[in-house]
Write a protein that binds this ligand. Structure first.
Ligand SMILES: [Zn+2]
Length: 291
């Protein structure tokens, strides 16, 4: 189960990993907290008055298309309003996700965890100083809370039978990956799609415990991003200037941080990198054979 803030986050973060597991018969569930109503229209071809007037519905359709491409089996919308970028007017709306009492939005997620009973929950890291969107911060908070609370039989029994999710992961911002992509552009004689200064942003590489090889699924991220027609410019060099082959040659894994384990005796052997999100969960080794 992956928890995301807006339609398109499921495509830009972790789509190849989900596609990989979906292809190996893992039941993949997406929870998206908001409708993304405050998103800017970043594709000039889609910037029309009709689209602007009804961005919420347009983005719901985009999400449906993207999740089909990635291979999600279930998509659940918490139905809150996009809180907007930090310090924007939308922050004040009482319906904005980050203004909803924490218990209410956490309970929404507890209910879904108890309903779908996942082995693994993936959310955003604690430190999001590189992109402190209020909705992303809130997604982290409700995910961490729901991971524990859903397992507690004394907590709100009306939300369903308690379920212990074995592992909680954070997605990470990999500086190593950004450097590798930047260098690949230079090697190919192409202009990198972001300034070199961007590489000065502190990475989360030292948090990485787990790397999933997604070489064969990188194309899924591109297709899923393109389904977000209002949010992604198909001419964006950032997403599309490198071929999939060149991207794979530069960096072919998605990296995660194992944040918490509960209900199973498990830890990653020191000095090793985990290669399977389901490692240590009974019954999963033979299913994947990727460790
Ligand atoms: Zn977002």
């Amino acid at each position: 189960m992956c928890v995301h803030a807006h339609p398109d986050d499921e495509s830009s973060k972790g789509a190849p990993t989900v596609a990989y597991y979906a292809a190996h018969d893992v039941n993949c569930i997406l929870v998206t907290a908001t409708g993304g109503e405050e998103g800017d229209i970043l594709n000039p071809a889609m910037d029309t008055p009709e689209v602007r007037a009804d961005l919420g519905s347009v983005r719901a359709q985009e999400l449906a298309d993207a999740t089909k491409i990635i291979g999600y089996h279930h998509v659940e919308l918490l139905g809150y309003r996009d809180s907007g970028m930090p310090d924007s007017e939308a922050n004040a709306s009482p319906e904005a996700f980050w203004n909803i009492p924490l218990k209410q939005s956490t309970d929404d997620l507890v209910r879904l965890v108890r309903q779908y009973r996942p082995d693994v929950l993936i959310t955003y890291p604690e430190d999001q100083s590189g992109y402190p969107h209020p909705d992303h911060l809130r997604v982290h908070d409700i995910s961490v809370a729901a991971f524990s609370l859903a397992a507690d039989p004394l907590y709100e029994p009306d939300l369903g039978d308690a379920h212990t999710t074995s592992k909680l992961y954070y997605s990470t911002w990999s500086k190593k990956r950004m450097v590798a992509i930047f260098d690949r552009f230079l090697e190919l004689g192409l202009e990198p799609p972001f300034p070199k200064e961007r590489l000065e942003r502190e990475g989360q590489d030292d948090l990485v415990t787990t790397s999933i090889e997604v070489r064969d699924f990188l194309a899924v991220r591109r297709e899923a991003l393109l389904a977000h027609r209002t949010q992604i410019d198909p001419n964006s060099p950032f997403w599309f200037a490198l071929s999939v082959e060149d991207e794979a040659a530069a960096y072919s894994t998605e990296d995660f941080c194992l944040a918490q384990v509960q209900g199973i005796p498990y830890s990653i052997p020191e000095g090793t990198i985990e290669r399977d999100l389901f490692a240590g969960i009974e019954g999963s080794d033979s299913r994947f054979g990727v460790r």
